[in-house]
Design a protein around this ligand. Structure first.
Ligand code: MN
Length: 279
């Protein structure tokens, strides 16, 4: 099954088109697993929503994009999964459906050779800045620390949970870290022209909207707040993005994959090259 509106498998898309990938992996999830089922649930839920976004006044029908299916990661160690993701991303604008947050490492490693000035913009309830977690250095709780240690500038938005040490590191080493989901004006100006990778942990949203995630935190953002924040980067240079930590079994109502599918639609409509764009 492909995401709503994706070109049929095998049919050509223009060079540079957005391509969706699933990474069904949750081996390091610490509390409630199930995000390996996220990509398929998001694709399935996408059938229940419209291709048209009234907020953006744009339609997926006008955006040529592909769904490359899932990257085969079952049974791999976290390090091997990261390598598989790094090798599995082709040309064009990747948009990855998780799966646990660890996959962001592989995506960023695939992009940095082409975009050495890459900046990570993260929406997440958690800082994910631990040096290690349960003896592992590669995992969903350490992913942003590995990126930071690797020299990637990181912007953190919507962060409202972490250890004292993590939040200290965020304040001193991140380009920006705030509880707010909206990037401040000055930061938007600083990011203009830079290659940006957007990573959205679904838990940045309030658990009342998106309970289906491994580590829900109260007092999160509304859907509209997140959408407005994403929209603030609509004119920036986005070279990759992901939506992670959707864990369908944690949400018996089935709401979370539908919210996630809506969000993916808006991400595509905001950031994918459009057919009407001048060549
Ligand atoms: Mn998180």
């Amino acid at each position: 099954m492909s995401f709503l509106g994706a070109r049929a498998p095998g049919s050509p898309v223009p060079p540079g088109a957005l391509t969706l990938y699933g990474v069904p992996y949750d081996a390091t999830s610490s509390f409630r697993r199930g995000s390996r089922l996220g990509p398929e649930a998001i694709r399935w839920a996408s059938e229940s929503i419209e291709t048209y976004s009234p907020v953006l006044d744009r339609d997926l029908e006008a955006v040529p994009f592909a769904d490359a299916g899932d990257i085969a990661v079952e049974g791999l160690s976290p390090a091997a999964m990261v390598r598989r993701v790094r090798g599995g991303i082709g040309p064009g604008l990747p948009c990855i459906l998780g799966g646990e947050h660890t996959l962001t490492l592989g995506a960023v490693q695939a992009l940095t050779p082409h975009h050495p000035d890459l900046v990570i913009v993260q929406w997440d309830a958690h800082a994910d800045l631990r040096d290690e977690y349960r003896g592992e250095r590669i995992g969903h709780a350490t992913v942003m620390r590995r990126l930071l240690d690797g020299g990637c500038p990181v912007v953190q938005l919507g962060v409202r949970a972490g250890t004292r040490e993590e939040l200290h590191i965020a304040q001193h080493r991140a380009l920006h870290c705030s509880r707010e989901v909206m990037p401040p004006r000055g930061l938007l100006d600083r990011l203009a022209g830079r290659a940006l990778y957007l990573t959205i942990d679904i838990d940045v949203l309030d658990p009342g909207i998106a309970p289906g995630t491994g580590n829900p935190e109260p007092d999160g953002a509304t859907y509209a707040e997140l959408l407005t924040a994403l929209g603030s980067l609509a004119s920036h240079r986005i070279v990759g993005m992901d939506l992670v930590e959707v864990s369908p079994p944690c949400d018996p109502t089935g709401l979370t994959p539908i919210v996630a599918a809506s969000l993916v639609r808006e991400m595509i409509l905001l950031f994918a090259p459009r057919r009407t764009d001048p060549a």
